[in-house]
Design a protein around this ligand. Structure first.
Ligand code: ADP
Ligand code: MG
Length: 728
């Protein structure tokens, strides 16, 4: 057998027996490595504590003196954890996280050593970050970038480093990261949701967005994963014949977790616990060797950081267990891909979930207000929602016969559909006392407090209401949650702002009572938003046709989809909500186009290399064996040989056909790549990569996968699907 593949397989067989670590009581060490409220109270002076809390709650500035005190206390706390370094931890536009470690260690003037960390180092740093994508914002020497402490996400200790969550911005003020727009969007939704929530409870002074993500991933034996150049370089398999057994028996989903995986999960979860990531659920997913992890939901900013941190930790912990985590949305053809459902809701500073019905009609009217406004927001900005989850890797899910479709729609369940139907008939203008009573008792009053059992049935919907939250399912498993959370909170903020204006106008002009005005506006919104509601099968051909009739966009590829990000409407929206200005949006658009082209370019190169350097030589090798065999048969059987060697001859011919198929398509792909590469305009370039280069992947793969089935298993150089997917 090919040395590389056989060595990898041998290595997996030799894995020593799995040691499943002992699980500890979680509440005893939860957040032990976080500089949270409890630690702040213990380590900070009263004055410093107050300063930080004010900054967290009201966004007030922290002055230098306080910053110095906080830094010193943070350092003292960190030293008790054996920490030697600190870093400003941030989330650049690569989608990942970034860190540069500096030691606390200093030499004083007299040469004596000590550990130092001051307010200056805590508050602001200037990373030499010229290599981070900026989309042209940081082209000039003057436009340098700096990281700034975000006190709303607590510092934490990972390994021997104190990590300080920061935002990353240019000196000219533009955001260079994923967190800055998120924080601005959360501010916008707080402002406008609070104003609307005051209709129902005047004492509300803050609204928080919550996020509970569900992270799907694959785990593959490390030796097997590293034996495949495509997995190493692109995070997915570019070729490989499907395994005879895949997920068709549905025997993996919720099945018992394999021992080695369990030991990985226990260590991962224990790391998460220390870092205050409240992981709660783990289970096998649908595809073989696919799993899911979900935490208890948290305030959105913190949840975004926790997911980014988790993705980083997962890789490190997996390595300890001789495993490799694949976060790619579609690592294997023919079986399910991975997503990251973003469960989202809004709640007040009194802890009331605005997307949850309650016991009283008033509480239910509040629920309907936020519910209908969210639906309307999605309808208004469906193309933008799609755009903000677009990536080269997520294209394999959205619009590729994979869950969910590229068309945005909202699923709400039969019960709420009928409630909205009744609200549509509310009288225009003033309501009679009878009508009001009827509405309150028979429509609003009838919404059950618990809707959970009546919804969540439709797994094909990209945006579903699941009882007390909306679940955005189109988010890719590799994505940084900041992006989907930024768009969702921004469009809902804008929608709530418009709603308040409309309601206030009716109260002023038509002298309607507050609840009458709310009913009137909601009625119009429900009528306006009908087209975004869909309860049927999101994967069906009929829905594609129906959605087209409804005027919903269906952008199947990233270059197409992300145009919506720089549409006039999007620019107006983000500017009005003060989330991103036009320059920032255009920069992001440019970065994403470039990232798209680069990803497809790399995949094309890797596929070409593997096809030419691994597959073809193996095919030729095997063909030679067959030729030798045929020659031998001729020698032995003379005239009769042709009928005896018919299959071998046929196979020899077929192998030649596939070899030529690979060669021709690879050459043609290289030519298209050359054309794309000399295109200056990033949008055109991405479109060329999408429409001209990428289609060759399937063609090349087809011939390679056929050869995999024909060629002696002993000779095949690449670890096969069945070996990767069923080794545990
Ligand atoms: P599933 O979608 O797999 O059936 P659940 O619906 O129970 O699982 O929960 C999925 C995720 O939704 C979890 O991360 C959970 O914390 C989160 N979640 C639950 N309630 C809310 C809420 N009100 N707001 C935001 N996220 C929530
Ligand atoms: Mg879910």
């Amino acid at each position: 057998m090919s040395t590389f593949r056989s060595r990898a397989l041998q290595e997996t067989l030799n894995r020593s027996s799995v040691h499943v670590p002992e699980a500890k009581i979680r509440s005893e060490y939860f957040a032990s490595h976080v500089f949270n409220d409890k630690n702040m109270r213990q380590y900070l002076t009263k004055e410093a504590y107050k300063g930080v809390v004010n900054a967290i709650k009201h966004g007030s500035r922290i002055d230098r003196k306080i910053a110095d005190q906080v830094a010193t206390s943070m350092k003292n706390w960190a030293l008790t954890k054996g920490v030697t370094h600190y870093t400003h931890w941030f989330q650049p536009l690569t989608g990942g996280t970034a860190e540069k470690h500096d030691a606390f260690f200093e030499l004083l003037d007299d040469g004596s050593p000590m550990e130092k960390f001051g307010g200056n180092e805590l508050v602001q740093q200037e990373p030499d970050a010229s290599s981070f994508p900026s989309g042209g914002i940081r082209n000039t020497f003057e436009a340098r970038g700096y990281t700034a402490w975000d006190p709303t996400s607590p510092a934490f200790v990972y390994g021997t480093t104190l990590c300080i969550p920061t935002i990353f911005v240019a000196y000219t003020g533009e955001a260079l990261d994923n967190k800055t727009p998120l924080l601005r969007a959360l501010q916008a939704v707080d402002k406008h949701a609070t104003a609307v929530a005051k209709y129902f409870d005047k004492t509300v002074s803050k609204v928080n967005a919550s996020l509970g993500w569900e992270q799907e991933y694959f785990l593959i034996d490390k030796a097997l994963a590293y034996s495949r150049p495509d997995i190493v370089l692109t995070g997915r398999t570019l070729l490989g014949h499907s395994s005879a057994k895949g997920q068709q028996l549905d025997d993996h989903y919720f099945g018992s977790i394999p021992q080695r995986v369990l030991s990985f999960m226990i260590e991962l979860e224990s790391e998460c616990m220390k870092l205050g990531i409240p992981v709660k659920t783990r289970h096998n997913e649908v595809a073989p060797n696919q799993f899911e992890l979900a935490p208890i939901y948290e305030e959105a900013n913190l949840a975004v950081d926790h997911n980014a941190l988790l993705m980083d930790i997962m890789g490190k912990v997996a390595s300890n267990h001789q495993l490799k985590v694949l976060l790619h949305e579609k690592p294997f053809a023919g079986i399910n891909g991975s997503g990251k459902h973003n469960n989202w809701s809004l709640s007040t500073d009194h802890g009331v979930n605005l997307l949850s019905p309650g016991k009283t009609p008033m509480r239910n009217l509040q629920f309907l207000t936020f519910f209908v406004n969210t639906i309307k927001a999605i309808h208004q900005y469906e193309a933008l929602m799609r755009a903000e989850v677009a990536s080269a890797s997520n294209d394999h899910r959205l619009g590729a016969n994979e869950a969910p479709p590229a068309i945005m729609s909202v699923f709400i369940g039969a019960q709420l559909t009928s409630v909205l139907g009744e609200l549509e008939n509310v009288t225009d203008g003033k309501l009679s006392p009878e009508e009001k009573t009827d509405l309150k008792l028979n429509v609003v009053g009838k919404i059950p407090e618990i809707l959970l059992d009546n919804t969540d049935r439709n797994r094909t919907s990209p945006f579903a209401f699941t009882g007390n939250k909306f679940e955005f399912r189109a988010v890719g498993s590799m994505a940084n949650c900041a992006t989907p959370m930024t768009v969702l909170n921004t469009i809902v903020a804008k929608q709530l702002k418009d709603f308040k204006v409309a309601v206030d106008k009716l109260i002023d002009k038509k002298e309607l009572k507050k609840d009458e005005a709310i009913f009137n506006v909601l009625r119009e919104y429900i009528k306006d938003s009908r087209d975004i509601l869909f309860e049927g099968n999101g994967y069906s051909k009929e829905w594609e046709e129906e959605a087209a009739r409804r005027g919903l966009s269906n952008n199947k590829t990233t270059p197409e989809a992300i145009r919506a990000k720089v549409s006039e409407r999007a620019i107006g929206l983000y500017a009005e909500m003060e989330v991103m200005n036009e320059k920032e949006l255009r920069a992001r658009h440019e970065i994403e186009l470039e990232a798209y082209s680069l990803r497809i370019q790399i995949e094309g190169r890797v596929l070409g290399d593997v096809a030419l350097n691994h597959v073809i030589p193996t095919a030729v090798n095997y063909q030679n064996t067959l030729i030798k065999n045929v020659k031998g048969l001729k020698e032995v059987f003379g005239k009769e040989f042709e009928s005896i060697a018919r299959e071998q001859l046929d196979l020899i011919k077929k192998i030649s056909e596939h070899i030529s198929g690979i060669t021709q398509n690879t050459n043609a792909m290289v030519e298209e790549r050359k054309k794309a590469n000399v295109t200056r305009d990033e949008a055109k370039k991405a479109t060329l990569y999408c429409e001209k280069v990428k289609p060759y992947f399937e063609k090349i793969r087809y011939h390679c996968d056929k050869l995999e089935l024909m060629i002696d298993d002993e000779l095949w150089p690449l670890v096969k699907y069945r070996e990767m997917l069923f080794t545990r």
